[in-house]
Design a protein around this ligand. Structure first.
Ligand code: ZN
Length: 99
């Protein structure tokens, strides 16, 4: 499917089969071997919050893939918006809790 639903369903099934504990252990090991860091963030509203002005509303998502902020007019792909918000949340968490 164009929106990646089949791939997401497959990943979700794999995670359900292995369990979150196994998934997170593998994820942390892969990240460490790649010199990367895993930071857990609260995903709530990450795809509904405008990365430009911070306005959060379900109306910011007119479709599954479109983001259009009803407050400031910012537009982007919804996945890009969510990824930007998740990254920012992770960086805030790291700055507050440096290792
Ligand atoms: Zn906005």
């Amino acid at each position: 499917l164009p929106n990646g639903a089949a791939a997401k369903a497959g990943l979700n099934r794999s995670i359900a089969d292995a369990g979150w504990g196994v998934f997170l252990r593998i994820l942390h090991a892969k990240a460490e071997s790649a010199g990367r860091e895993v930071i857990a963030v609260d995903p709530r509203n990450t795809s509904r919050t405008c990365p430009h002005c911070g306005h959060t509303a379900k109306e910011n998502r007119p479709t599954q893939e479109k983001f259009h902020c009803v407050a400031c007019g910012h537009t982007a792909h919804a996945d890009t918006v969510a990824a930007t918000n998740v990254l920012r949340a992770g960086l805030v968490h790291r700055n507050v809790n440096p290792t």
